[in-house]
Every structure is written in C-alpha cells, then in structure tokens.
Design a protein around this ligand. Sequence first.
Ligand code: GLN
Length: 482
Amino acid sequence: MKGVPSNLPSLTIKSIRDGLLGKQFSAAELAQAALAFAEKENASTNAFLTFAPERALAAAAKVDSEIAKGGFVGALAGVPLGVKDVIVTKGLRTTCGSRILENYIPPYDATAVFRLEAEGAVLIGKLNCDEFAMGSSNENSAFGPVRNPRALDRVPGGSSGGSAAAVAQGTAVVTLGSDTGGSIRQPASFFGVVGVTPTYGRVSRYGLTAFASSLDHIGPLARNVEDAATVLQIMAGRDEQDATSAYAPIGNYHEAMKLPVGSLKLGLPREYFEGLGAETGDVIHAAVKQLKGLGCTVQEISLPHTKYALSCYYIIATAEASSNLARYDGVRYSTRVNGDTLSEMYRNSRGSGFGAEVKRRIMLGTYVLSAGYYDAYYKKAQQVRTLIARDFTNAFTEVDAILAPVSPFPAFKIGEKVDDPLAMYLSDVYTLTGDLAGVPCMSVPCGLSPEGLPIGLQIFTKHFDEATMFRLAYAYEQSTSR
Ligand code: GLN
C-alpha cells in the first residue's frame, strides 16, 4: 500500500476504484482520511451537522474484506458519501436543519441511501442545509450557515449548501441533495460542481423528509458529470415504498454520455436571458458558443409562462409544506415543549422548534389553502403549473435540450438578502420551472464571473431523458477540460 493520496479533493469514483483494486490504499484508510479531513475543515465551513465514523468504518471494512477475498466490488466501493440532512439514515441523527428535530434518530434508511450503500458507498456524515430545505443561502439552518470555503464572506447557496460545499472541498467525493425549487442546482452552480435534479419520480422519495411532495427530488452532486451519472444510475428506478416513483426505463447513462452531440438541437429560452446581467450572461453565452463549436445547432425558443413561475411555486410549495409540517406537533414527531393545555403544548413546541422562514411558509400555505382562498390561489396556481409544464412539452417538439443560466447572479454576500425574503426568492427564478414541470435539469460548471466566482450552465431535457442531458453535459465538460 502506498497510502491514501494527499489530493482528497481531486478523487473521483474511478480513481478510488483504481486505487483500491491496485492496492494503493484500502477503503478503511480512505474512510479514516476523509473523516479526519472533513472534521478538520468543518471548523471553518460548518458543512457537516453529524459525522458517522462507526458507520463509515464498518462499510469500509466490508469493502476491504470483499476485495481481499475477490468478492463483490460495488460500483461505489469505498467512495466517501455525504447526505443532506433532510434524507433519513437509520440510527443516525437527521435534523432537517431544524431545532424541532434536533435529536431525531430515524428508524430506517431512505431508499436512495440504501441503494448507494449497497454498492459500497461509505457514508461519512450528514450535511447542513436550510431548515426543511427552505431557502437559497443556508442562512435558515438552525445550526448556523454553511460557510462557502471558496469565499468565506459569501453564501454557499441553498438549500443543499452543505452538499455542494463538501464536494467542492473534497470532504466527500459525492453527495446527495434535495431540490424542490432549485436547491441542488443553485448551490452546485455557486461552487462550480455538478448538480443534478432528475425527472420527478426517477428517484424514490422514500426517506426524503417532505417539504412540498409534488416538487421534491433527491439528486446527486459530484465533481464531474460521470460521477453524477454513476450515482443517479444506481439510485434511479421504481421503489415499492414510493407510489410516485416511476417504472420508466432508465437506460445506460455511461453509454449514452459518450455519444457525439453534433446532431443535437438546443433551445435558448428568451425569457431567461431578457434581464440577465453581463456578469453571468457573458459566461453562459461563451458556453453556448462552445457547444455550437461541437456541432450543436442553437435556436431561440420561448417558454412564455416563465414569468408566473415564482408566484406559482411559492403558492404550491407553501401549501404543501403547511400540510406536510403539521406532523411536527410534539406528539407524533419532534421535540415537545409542555404547556398547561393541549393547544399551549402545540404552540410551545412548534413556536420554539421552527425558525422564522418555516413559520412564514406555514402561514402562507395555510392561507392559500383556506376556504374562500383555495380557488383564487391554490387552484389557480395548479392551473398555471400545467401551463408551465406545457411550455416545456411544446419546446421539446422543436429542440432536444434547453440551455439557461442557473442563477441570475453568482454567490452573494452573507446577510445581503436575509432580511428581504422576496429578494431571496428571486434567486430561484431560473430553477423553479424545472421542478414545476418535473423535467430533468442540471447545473454544469461553465466558468467564472469577473470577480472569480463560479457560474453554472443549466441544461433541461424531456421527462425521463436524463441520458441526453448527461450526453450534452459530458461533451461540454470534456471540451472545456481538454
Ligand atoms: N430556494 C427555494 C425555496 O426556498 C428552493 C428550495 C429547495 O429547492 N428545497 O423554497
């Protein structure tokens, strides 16, 4: 054994596999090194909320013993994995970034986690996030924000900020995030890592703490397109535990990814570029040019209902959240704070357990669902959602993929938007539509702003056509790293 490479931040699934099978290091050595590195870095970044040394070392020992006896070596053998703390892990604290679940120990594993561990992934810990995944900057975590290790005065993005930070820093090689309105793609773009939101139903939501059930997705974050595709390939597919998980065929992402892209037709939605500043716009246009250079044809398209996405999302997401979060009442789930009467106990438990943003959303959601307002707000928003989804269906009769920015601006300063919820909500204007339509979408790093901050290119494809999305992203990535 030559020992664990000192370049933890540049490891990939493939380099780990080569290292293990080439006997350069053991899975146990790698797990120990990753844990030590993650614990040390956490002092400045706060990316992890809980470490899982026992679980990690047990998983690594199993990988090592299988390799020693020439047994089953899973596709993720020895790969250090971090999981956003809204995804449950058996016997391992899962807080959802909230005081109300500060001591919650789940009795089961999410299907996504179960499938990755079955392929040899080594779960090293749980990652910080906005409370119940509500936010765009991680400033809503009850355990303090994640600090962006690339620029400590900037937000990491949210809500899966810990998941993006860990990949960028190299404290985990791949991570899981969740995306309801952009929470995987936006932090991925702020960190210059790859973040994928699969088609709604592609990955089981069993074990993903519900925020807005019709919009919630689990997806991977990784250092390159290939690693993200590998993780999705393993997690994808029907799960009897989630009635909304799809039977749709998955295909082979690795084969699809390597196909040439010269025949692909790409659309640039006018609505996403109209108010876009040069800081982000120039970088996106350069990426589009690069894809043209690979032979893709590019045309302008229109997704005419984009302007309604923000209002539509904040009605549907808050409505579903108000219903989903009713279970944290000090009785069925969550920390109880006693009171003299039953209603006082509810009020004390929820009042002290939830943070301000979560309360704001519960109130908004309860309002839009209440008698007299349901038709005017909730029902209307569902109708608008259909129109937004139809925009994508229509566009995909003309083009194979849609290109857009992920965020109107790169990582902003901590504290800059925290007192202005509407300004914060606007950071999601380009990502919400993908979740509302349920189409697959991702962020691929595509360059730096003049200030040196990473910018992500967003790719959307048809429902269940992750293969074309990876193909394009991979071709782009290869053409830039040459
Ligand atoms: N930032 C959006 C929100 O606050 C999206 C969150 C998410 O995707 N989980 O709702």
